[in-house]
Design a protein around this ligand. Structure first.
Ligand SMILES: Nc1ncnc2c1ncn2[C@@H]1O[C@H](COP(=O)(O)OP(=O)(O)OP(=O)(O)O)[C@@H](O)[C@H]1O
Length: 275
């Protein structure tokens, strides 16, 4: 299988923090790649780089062999059209109906398309997420699970080749989580989409992921199939996957905290002396 996304040696510092520190990853066409890692480790920042919303300090990204060129708005715009993106929370407009929300995305991404075709695509995308006939409902009247589905319908309506999905199941009950996971698997089969999914939910990661990558300290420290993750003895992966409060991740965090306190004390002292 050819690579759909290639990321080489990506560096990004935000607020003096090295968020991405030489990250390299390749994602194949048609696979579901799940990104896991602690809160604040840089998963959303990586997604934003893939779609060109953030520019790296250095490093390169290729989408289907085409280099993301941040100085070339035409290339950037044409590559963005190949993506569907689901942000955390869905980012749907409460004051619009389900149908209007989906058409809004089409108006933006396919302005040249005839209104009737847009409507047919909107209805088809709702069928694909197993919500036929809800186009006239207001967003505010939907359950959390329905909102995720509508957001998914909106993300696939322009027939993207890649869908970036940030936290598809956060805040959902276990049964709704399972139905969203089934839907992702079904859509992948029907539409041959490459999914990049960020999740904290390890069970979902094992269920939907063809491959999983774990982000830690700005790099992918482990990547492999769900089976690889279940069998590895890598202590960082074990701590994360098993959700243990003790292990190398917390030990390193405590050490960092201790060093920062020491540093603060020193600079505090210097500042005092300089007065
Ligand atoms: N636009 C920004 N400006 C400054 N700092 C940012 C910006 N976006 C993210 N960060 C910082 O980058 C780090 C990584 O953030 P990111 O949102 O990618 O984490 P995450 O792994 O997705 O976390 P979570 O699982 O909690 O969503 C955090 O320290 C965050 O504060």
């Amino acid at each position: 299988m050819a690579d759909m996304i290639e990321v080489y040696d990506l560096y990004k510092t935000l607020n003096k923090k090295k968020v991405l520190d030489g990250l390299t990853v390749k994602i194949k066409k048609g696979e579901t790649f799940v990104l896991i890692g602690q809160s604040g480790v840089g998963k959303s920042v990586l997604l934003k780089h893939l779609i060109g919303l953030m520019r790296p300090d250095s490093g390169e990204i290729y989408i289907d062999g085409i280099k993301l060129d941040y100085d070339n708005p035409e290339i950037l715009a044409s590559l963005r059209c190949r993506f569907g993106m689901l942000f955390q929370g869905g980012a749907l407009f409460d004051s619009l109906t389900v149908g209007e929300n989906i058409l809004f995305a089409l108006d933006h991404l396919r302005p040249e398309m005839h209104q009737e075709e847009k409507k047919q695509r909107m209805l088809r995308s709702l069928e694909l997420v197993e919500l036929p006939g809800v186009e006239d409902l207001m967003i505010s009247s939907l359950s959390g699970g329905m909102m995720k589905r509508v957001a998914l319908a909106r993300a696939i309506v322009a027939e993207p080749e890649i869908v970036l999905f940030d936290e598809p199941t956060t805040g959902l009950d276990p049964i709704t989580t399972a139905t969203i996971n089934d839907l992702i698997i079904e859509l992948k089969k029907k539409l041959a989409i490459t999914f990049v999914v960020v999740t904290h939910d390890i069970r979902s990661a094992f269920f939907i992921g063809d491959r999983i990558g774990m982000l830690y300290k700005g790099k992918l420290i482990f990547e492999g199939t769900p089976q690889d993750f279940q069998h590895t003895e890598n202590p960082y992966v074990r701590q994360f996957v098993e959700g243990l409060s003790k292990g190398p991740i917390t030990e390193e965090y405590q050490k960092q905290l201790h060093e920062k306190k020491k540093e603060d004390k020193t600079t505090g002292g210097l500042r005092w002396k300089n007065r």
